[in-house]
Design a protein around this ligand. Structure first.
Ligand code: FES
Length: 339
């Protein structure tokens, strides 16, 4: 049985198990997902999507349904697709079209609050009471209820999915934020906490070119999850991965030891950090992330760039690439604001 992530336009993802020789559309139906279909014969393209990672065969594809170019870009027809490995398939419509139940509500317990820096903490959660692994794609996020309140906040997973459902969320500590106040003042091991997951369309796709990761502040979380997954599967890493990590103050930098560890455990990984407002103790680079960029990092534009951070950072990186006519680079991004 292969695990297939079905990702939809509204940022929802559903994981399904697909039997050998089962077409994707039937497997989806077994899981209560009615993908749009008409002909079921590979002709009408009602069921078309894009395979973003993994191996598969297509039984029959009419040339009017998908062109050679579509096929080369990973175009699939769910009524004709038989997966040969775990896959991620993206559909260009909302999950509501398929009667999707939406993200799962997961009960977890606080294990500990690990203060990483003046401005950042990792919330460790135990969702081990859930039957089976909570699946998500590294880079995706959870919507989390702040205990004792009706407030919900969104945080990327800073870990890969795991059988024990031990989860990590990287959280920016604000002077007066509802989650920040809970973590500083009230959080206790054993606290009950609810989350909805998985959410988000920002995740690692099939790696076929060098990767550029750009993190602003706690945008680092998404990359920690991706790098955990790479460290668990080092043989699958055939491309270099370069992470650029920018923060406001030196005290905001966190998880540097973990990043150094990836230099050992993830083949081809390196990272560079930069601080916007240095103090007397800071010895490293000063400025914004784009100040770290050199054209040689970008393989003539043949890179896949993943950006996660505040909107001005994402826009600055896109402008930097545009100004150098790196139109061949593929850019995936997640913008967020601390709350
Ligand atoms: S339903 Fe017509 S191509 Fe799949």
């Amino acid at each position: 049985m292969h695990k297939v992530a079905l990702s939809f336009n509204d940022g929802r993802t559903q994981f399904i198990g697909v039997n050998p020789n089962e077409v994707l559309i039937d497997a989806a139906l077994r899981h209560g997902l009615t993908l749009p279909v008409d002909c079921r014969e590979g002709v009408c393209a009602s069921c078309k999507g894009t395979c973003q990672s993994g191996r598969y065969d297509l039984d029959y594809v009419d040339e009017d349904a998908l062109s050679e170019e579509d096929l080369a870009r990973g175009g699939i027809l769910a009524c004709q697709m038989r997966v040969q490995s775990d896959c991620t398939v993206r559909f260009d419509f909302d999950s509501s079209l398929c009667n999707s139940a939406g993200p799962e509500l997961v009960d977890a317990r606080v294990t500990r609050v690990e203060v990483l820096s003046d401005s950042t903490a990792t919330l460790h959660l135990d969702a081990g009471a859930r039957a089976g692994q909570l699946d998500f794609l590294p880079g995706q996020y959870a919507h989390v209820q702040v205990p004792g309140t009706d407030e919900w906040r969104s945080y990327s997973f800073a870990c890969e999915p795991n059988a024990d459902n031990q989860l990590q969320l990287l959280i920016r500590l604000l002077p007066d934020g509802v989650m920040s106040n809970y973590l500083r003042e009230r959080a206790q091991p054993g606290d009950h906490i609810q989350l909805k997951a998985p959410l988000g369309a920002f995740y690692l796709q099939q790696v076929t070119r060098p990767l550029i990761f750009v993190a602003g502040g706690t945008g680092l979380a998404a990359f920690l999850g991706m790098l955990d997954q790479m460290a668990s599967n080092p043989k699958q890493m055939s491309q270099p991965v370069r992470l650029f990590y920018g923060v406001t103050k030196p005290q905001d930098l966190c998880e540097l030891e973990r990043l150094k560890g990836y230099e050992q455990s993830v083949p081809g990984f390196s990272f560079h950090s930069i601080v916007m407002n240095p103090d007397a103790s800071w010895q490293g680079a000063t400025g914004v992330v784009t100040d770290l960029f050199e054209e040689s990092h970008f393989n003539g534009g043949e890179v896949d760039a993943y950006l996660c951070g505040p909107p001005p950072m994402v826009e600055a990186v896109k402008s930097w690439l545009d100004a150098r006519q790196m139109e061949n680079s593929r850019i995936y991004f997640e913008k967020f604001s601390a709350s």
